[in-house]
Design a protein around this ligand. Structure first.
Ligand code: HEM
Length: 464
């Protein structure tokens, strides 16, 4: 008993000591201006630990320094914010000097008119033009028919085959967007476009070293080739004088799109749409297939929803707006997949001037990693957070609560959210009504820094 009391006393004393130390550290740093934290090695900072330990690095740093700390990762002095309240504040206050802070390689390769590279009134204009392209009426009247037709064709002939669902969802995501942008001309472009686009994506995730052989260099070359292809497309459209009912048609039509973008802006806008929807839509679709496989009761409920829609239609009738609106459980599956897999770990911002945030002074030019991953596993927001439970999203307030950042927040909240959901829903519709599947097995899925299956995710597919 006495021993226990001594141990308990020791633990309490230890805890008091730790708390006092943390408080003291906080006061000391607050006086200095910068938040607590460690900066690691010169030049490399803490990048290696961050990439190696992933979410654990963040959790360990939070245990030591609190949920607002400094570090040096991915080549920049960085503030990591894991506090939902501060994260919300940062996302809502771009105008106070908290602009997007994506890496230089991404900005170089996506172009200077890319939405992440522009702020203030230029951002308003580019975003306004983009919102016209993805408005509910545009999705209902023009994009959904294209998505439906694309998905039918993409998912045909899978019966009896072993397919890599990661590869298929990547192709799907890119080619479906290209079809929405360029309509019937996309078919003839796609074979040449796809490999260049994959190189462009790799380039945006690399170090900006422009030497032959580097991913950055080949990403840059790929951008040039893609710009050439898109310029030729714009010229052909201008020459033909026809107005097409696709995204490019709307961008080029001054009456429908009052934003009057230049050719260069139109091309960067198209690259933005292709790039922003690519990995988000493909990875969410792949992970939905994974979770549905692992949770037969969810698959059963989802299939029921889609078979009921099919029953009201003839076999070749497309999915229409009303059908899409009658898919509440599918929407819930998409949100739960996005949450549990954490497709987006967070977003990056940078300061345009010295500024005070959370009681500390953040120097101009520092990056802020608005790290939202942990919010997805907060048990007070999502009870039993590690369970795959789409039913939690059937309560609509779950989607609209203040700390649901899966599609970002504030002035940069994802404009393609409903379009992305429509694409994934249509994919799931044809997938679960046409096929059953089993995993070939043994394949690993990495969750950090990106969700991916390094060797693919192979499934054996048969007719339902
Ligand atoms: C499941 C699918 C998707 C997810 C999870 C997703 C997620 C996000 C997130 C978290 C942001 C905020 C980035 C930031 O604040 O820096 C964002 C922004 C953006 N998303 Fe999406 N996205 C998805 C689909 C799409 C699609 C299909 C498009 C195509 C139009 C798209 C276009 C954009 C654009 C253009 C932005 C930048 C907006 C701005 O800077 O004003 N997204 N998305």
């Amino acid at each position: 008993m006495a021993v226990l009391m001594v141990v308990a006393f020791g633990v309490v004393l230890g805890l008091c000591f730790c708390t006092a130390l943390l408080r003291w550290n906080e006061v000391r740093y607050r006086k200095k201006g910068l938040p607590p934290g460690t900066m690691g090695w010169p030049v490399f900072g803490e990048t290696t630990e961050f990439l190696k330990q992933g979410p654990n690095f963040m959790k360990n740093q939070r245990a030591r320094h609190g949920s607002f700390f400094k570090s040096h990762i991915l080549g920049c002095p960085t503030i990591v914010s894991m506090d939902p309240e501060i994260n919300r504040y940062i996302l809502m206050n771009e105008a106070k000097g908290l602009v997007p802070g994506y890496p230089q390689s991404m900005l170089d390769i996506l172009g200077k008119c890319n939405i992440a590279a522009v702020h203030g009134s230029t951002h308003k204009q580019m975003r306004g033009a983009l919102l016209t392209l993805v408005s509910p009426s545009m999705i209902r009247d023009h994009l959904l028919p294209k998505i439906d037709q694309f998905m039918r064709s993409h998912l045909s002939n899978w019966d009896g085959k072993v397919i890599d669902i990661q590869e298929k969802t990547k192709e799907m995501s890119l080619l479906s967007s290209l079809n929405q942008i360029a309509g019937k001309e996309s078919t003839s472009m796609s074979q040449q476009f796809m490999p260049e686009f994959f190189k462009l994506v790799l380039g945006t995730l690399s170090l900006p070293i422009n030497l032959p052989g580097t991913n950055y260099h080949s990403g840059f070359q790929a951008r040039k080739n893609i710009v050439n292809m898109l310029e030729r497309l714009v010229e052909r459209r201008k020459g033909s004088g026809e107005t097409q009912r696709d995204m490019l048609g709307v961008l080029m039509n001054g009456e429908e799109n009052k934003y009057n973008l230049s050719n260069e802006e139109i091309i960067d806008q198209m690259i933005t749409i292709l790039y922003s929807g690519y990995e988000t839509v493909s990875t969410t679709s792949m992970m939905a297939v994974k979770y549905l496989h692992d949770h037969p009761s969810v698959l059963q409920e989802l299939r029921k929803e889609h078979l009921e829609i099919r029953e009201r239609k003839r076999p070749d009738d497309p999915i229409e707006w009303n059908d899409f609106k009658a898919m509440p459980f599918t929407r819930a599956v998409i949100f739960e997949t996005s949450r549990l897999a954490t497709i987006v770990n967070g977003v990056l911002r940078k300061t345009t001037k010295d500024m005070e945030l959370n009681g500390f002074v953040i120097p101009k030019g520092w990056r802020i990693y608005v790290y939202t991953r942990e919010t997805n596993y907060n048990p007070s927001l999502y009870p039993e957070p590690f369970n795959f439970n789409p039913w939690r999203w059937m309560d609509k307030s779950c989607e609209s609560q203040n700390y649901c950042f899966m599609f970002g927040g504030g002035t940069r909240q994802c404009p393609g959210k409903e379009l992305g959901i429509a694409e994934i829903s249509t994919f799931l519709h044809y997938f679960v009504t046409k096929y059953r599947w089993e995993e070939v097995g043994g394949e690993k899925i990495m969750k950090f820094p990106r969700v991916e299956a390094p060797n693919g995710l192979h499934i054996r597919v048969s007719s339902y």
